[in-house]
Design a protein around this ligand. Structure first.
Ligand code: ATP
Ligand code: MG
Length: 276
């Protein structure tokens, strides 16, 4: 694979190079996507900068989950390019896509875990598949990831069906970060959780970015989370992304889409909950 930017903040290689400011991680250029008459995106562009936490917000059904799936080639685009480290995901072979997915952790909206696998097997799945680590190493890494999301190692041998919804979500998060990805795409990581778990997860996302310089793309309906953890927020509206800015810039904007979609939620936040 060739890359337009000659930096490599990869993990597990022994060296971690700090990302260049403003270098891009993903770059969506002129994307179009429709399902029959349902047009989700027309000529839409967006840059995800390396090392940033970017939240994508917008009303239900506007295409946020589809956008994430297009970024890792799970759903094809109708037109446009999606560059990851300079290579076009929309043109990649299965091998190329597999390489992208090794660098990009993905938390599905449903938080889907494999029901027939224990917590240890779920979180360790990609380590076994992609990294060919030994069992003891996998176990140690899984325990470390569980600790990052405040889960105890005693659940290692439990089945997903035995856990609460909030715990399953955290196990799914542990799985998304297990391979030490360069980018994590989170689709509604706090949906259906109690307030305490929401805080834990929001803090965890902020910590991953700060400590490991992981680039995070966060799709969320939770405005408190979006406005407190993000460097920038992108608002999907009317088949495009008309607004991208820091939480503070968005809070101060009087664009119609902002008034329509975020003003009410913003009014419930305290000043110090808005970043930037
Ligand atoms: N494979 C598909 N075939 C047809 N329509 C689809 C398909 N996948 C998604 N859609 C439709 O595309 C639209 C956007 O879906 P998407 O899941 O991206 O919305 P969303 O913004 O994530 O919504 P939510 O906030 O409720 O999760 C929805 O109306 C959905 O029904
Ligand atoms: Mg969705």
């Amino acid at each position: 694979m060739t890359s337009q930017v000659s930096i490599a903040p990869r993990f597990g290689t022994g060296t971690v190079v700090a990302p260049m400011p403003d270098a891009s991680s993903f770059e969506l250029q002129g994307i179009a996507k429709a399902f029959g008459d349902l047009v989700l995106f027309e000529d839409t562009s967006l840059v995800v900068r390396r090392g940033e936490t970017l939240s994508i917000i917008g009303e239900s059904g506007c295409g946020k989950s589809i956008l994430l799936k297009m970024m890792i080639g799970l759903v094809p685009v109708d037109a446009g390019k999606i560059l990851f480290r300079g290579d076009d995901v929309t043109q990649m072979s299965a091998d190329g896509l597999a390489r992208v997915r090794r660098s990009v952790g993905y938390l599905f909206q449903a938080g889907a875990l494999f029901d027939s696998m224990t917590v240890l097997e779920n979180v360790g799945y990609a380590l076994r598949e992609h990294k060919r680590m030994a069992d003891e190493e996998i176990r140690a890494r899984v325990i470390e990831c569980l600790e990052k999301v405040n889960l105890d190692r005693r659940i290692l041998d439990q089945w997903p069906g035995e856990l609460s919804g909030g715990m399953r979500k955290r196990v799914a998060l542990a799985r998304a970060i297990a391979v030490e990805p360069e980018v994590v795409l989170y689709d509604e990581p706090t949906q259906g959780l109690d307030p305490q778990s929401i805080t834990v997860i929001a803090e965890m996302i902020a910590e991953l970015q700060r400590d490991l310089r992981i680039t995070s793309v966060l799709v969320t309906h939770d405005m408190r989370c979006a406005f407190s953890v993000s460097d920038r927020i992108a608002l999907v509206h009317e088949r495009g992304i008309p607004i991208v800015g820091s939480p503070r810039q968005i809070a101060q904007s009087n664009e119609e889409a902002v008034e329509e979609f975020v003003r009410e939620a913003l009014d419930e936040l305290d000043e110090d909950e808005i970043r930037g």
